[in-house]
Every structure is written in structure tokens, then in C-alpha cells.
Design a binder for this molecule. Structure first.
Ligand code: SAH
Length: 341
């Protein structure tokens, strides 16, 4: 087991030959996002033991700040795999978008993350260390660190369920971050939505819907072959009933695919009366995919039609646009630039 995946008890067992406070020191350093070499109050002997074990952290290998409000990071995991995360500074706080898997196996036709499939799950410790590290780095010189986490980077979090739950518990217990400030984005794995609801952790759950009919959704997302929109929305309703967290729907607009006024009306009819909030995401072009972003005119018309149905809607600020912050694009670029043919 990685050190970052261990709880205090595990660390105490590991360091049983030393006074108990040593394990606590290690635990506290990890929770601050500090690497072993920088754990300054540990004796050399303990550091050497720890350095010989898998840590499960990540090393930031590239930072880019295309705008003042956006900082994108490429992280290298210990096995050399690359994951990405993006910090976005808003007036109301600082949001960190993290990945849950290396790559993705869901096969959505528009997404960059899934092009080479899933490589592996991230462990809870790896996800947690990403947050702890960036929280520390980000907090330096500012009044607050990470205030919100969105699990909307590469990967399908509900496929990596146990690690996801452990990650939420880690951030709650060790960084004192309320699950209310964590949002999990899923393409809609119905059984897992129900399971998460029953755990009543209280985090927010967002469904990537992207189409109002099963037929259109199947065209975009293979997951729609396994679950109908009806049963998926029922599961989201169940999540709301159990947790009281409002249903979040992500709807990405792709030019000429799902952005027509007819589609907007269908979506309006589908969601009418549901206690939900829709986040419209204009598509970010992906080199390997043929889809295109919608025109501003279509975005506005789409939003207006939804609002006319009494649905609460926001358009995602296009922070990611032109900066490769859309899902999986950073990582792909890094991999292809560093490939040895
Ligand atoms: N697997 C999860 C989380 C990762 S994707 C999910 O499906 O929700 C996070 C969001 O970004 C999803 O809504 C996804 O459909 C969307 N997305 C993927 N590629 C995109 C792109 N090129 N432009 C805009 N949104 C994209």
C-alpha cells in the first residue's frame, strides 16, 4: 500500500519500532502535501525507511498559467503515468479540478481522455495528495487555498468507486473540507449513483447528460447503451432524495449535433419540474475529434429556451478554452510530444 493511502493506524503499525508521535508527524506532513525528503522533523533513519516504500504522490512536472485565474498542472505519478489538474480562481473561491483515472474507459465520442482507453485507477492517496499539494502551494501567499474540488478531470470516478469514497473521506477528515464543496461528475453509472446516495456523504453529483433522447445520447456516449436516460435521471432523483443535494446536469453543446432549438425544447420538457440545475458547457475542440463548438447565438438561444421552461441554467465560463484545459487534452499533448518513435 502507498504511504498516501494509509491512515494513521497503518502508519503507526509501519513505524511500530519508533515512538508513536513519529507516525503522526508523517501523517501530518502527507496531509500538508509534503514529500518525504522535505519532512524536516523526521530522523534520517525513518526518512530512509519511508523512501524505500511506495509513496503514491505526484510530482508536478509542468505548470502553466495562461490567465491569472487559471493554473494548469501536469503531474507525474510514481509509475511515470501523467495526470492533469486545473486550478480555477473565482470570486467565491478557488476550485480545483482533478482526475480520477489515468485515461478513461468510457469511450465518449467527443472526449480526449478516452482515446487510448483507461490505463489505471488513481488511488485515493494519489487523488488526495494532488489536493493537499496544490492546496499548500496555492495557499502560499494567498489567504485561502483550495475551497472547492471538482472530480471532472480524466476518468470516470464512479468506476473507481472505493478510491473515490476514500478520497472524499480523506479530504473531509484531514483537510477539514466539507463534502458539500466536492462535486463528482459522472457519465451515469446507475448502480453506483444509488450506492453513493446510500452512503450519504453529502457531496454534489453532476450528471453528464449531453442529450435529451436515448437515441442521440447513444450516438455520443456508449454508456447510454447500458442505461436509459429515464433510469439515469431516476437514480439522480434518488440521490437528491437521500442527500438533499440539488441535481446537477451537465450539458455540453456541440455544433449541429445537440444544439438545435428543437433539442433545447426536448431537454426543457425532459427536465421540467425536476429540482435541478443545468450547466451548459460549450464544446472545446479536440484535435482528434471532428466535433465543433457551438456558435454564441446557439448557446444563447438554447439557454433562453431552457429558462422559459423554468429551468435554472448557467453557462460554464470558458476558462478552459484555448488553454487545453478540457478533459484529457493536456495529458495527450504531453504524451505525444514525448513519445519516442
Ligand atoms: N467521466 C466523468 C468526468 C470526466 S469528464 C463524466 O463523464 O462526467 C468532465 C466533463 O467534461 C463531462 O461532462 C464531459 O462530458 C465533458 N467533456 C469531455 N470532453 C469535453 C470537451 N472536449 N469539451 C467540453 N466538455 C468536455
Amino acid at each position: 500500500m502507498n504511504l498516501t493511502d494509509m491512515n494513521l493506524e497503518d502508519l503507526e503499525k509501519l513505524l511500530f519500532a519508533y515512538p508513536k508521535f513519529r507516525a503522526k508527524q508523517v501523517f501530518e506532513w502527507i496531509n500538508k502535501g509534503v514529500y518525504i525528503k522535505d519532512m524536516s522533523n523526521l530522523p534520517k533513519e525513518i526518512k530512509e525507511i519511508l523512501l524505500g516504500l511506495p509513496f503514491g504522490g505526484l510530482e508536478i512536472i509542468n505548470i502553466d498559467q495562461p490567465f491569472k485565474s487559471v493554473v494548469k498542472h501536469l503531474g507525474k505519478l510514481e509509475d511515470g503515468n501523467i495526470v492533469e489538474s486545473v486550478l480555477m480562481k473565482y470570486k467565491h473561491g478557488n476550485s480545483l479540478c482533478i482526475s480520477s483515472q489515468v485515461g478513461c474507459g468510457m469511450g465518449c465520442k467527443f472526449c480526449a481522455s478516452t482515446i487510448d482507453g483507461v490505463v489505471r485507477n488513481m488511488t485515493a492517496g494519489e487523488m488526495f495528495f494532488t489536493v493537499a499539494l496544490l492546496n499548500r502551494v496555492f495557499a502560499e501567499g494567498t489567504k485561502r487555498g483550495v475551497t472547492n474540488i471538482v472530480v471532472m478531470g480524466s476518468g470516470e470516478p464512479l468506476v473507481n468507486f472505493d478510491n473515490l469514497v476514500k478520497f472524499i473521506e480523506f479530504t473531509r477528515d484531514r483537510l477539514n473540507m466539507s463534502p458539500r464543496n466536492i462535486t463528482i461528475s459522472t457519465c451515469g453509472i446507475v448502480e453506483k449513483i444509488t450506492e453513493l446516495a446510500d452512503l450519504k456523504l453529502g457531496c454534489n453529483l453532476a450528471l453528464s447528460l449531453h442529450a435529451p433522447s436515448d437515441e442521440l445520447r447513444k450516438h455520443l456516449m456508449p454508456v447510454a447503451d447500458s442505461y436509459s436516460i429515464k433510469e439515469t435521471l431516476n437514480a439522480m432523483q434518488y440521490y437528491f432524495n437521500k442527500t438533499g443535494r440539488r441535481i446537477l446536469i451537465e450539458y455540453m453543446l456541440i455544433k449541429d449535433i445537440n444544439d438545435s432549438t428543437k433539442t433545447a425544447r426536448e431537454l426543457g420538457a425532459l427536465l421540467k419540474g425536476m429540482n435541478c440545475h443545468v450547466n451548459i458547457i460549450p464544446y472545446n475542440s479536440v484535435e482528434e475529434r471532428e466535433f465543433l463548438p457551438p456558435s454564441l447565438k446557439m448557446v444563447k438561444a438554447f439557454v433562453k429556451l431552457l429558462e422559459e421552461n423554468g429551468i435554472s441554467v448557467t453557462v460554464r465560463r470558458e476558462l478552459g478554452d484555448n488553454i487545453d484545459a478540457a478533459c484529457g487534452q493536456l495529458r495527450r499533448k504531453h504524451i505525444s510530444n514525448n513519445r519516442n518513435y
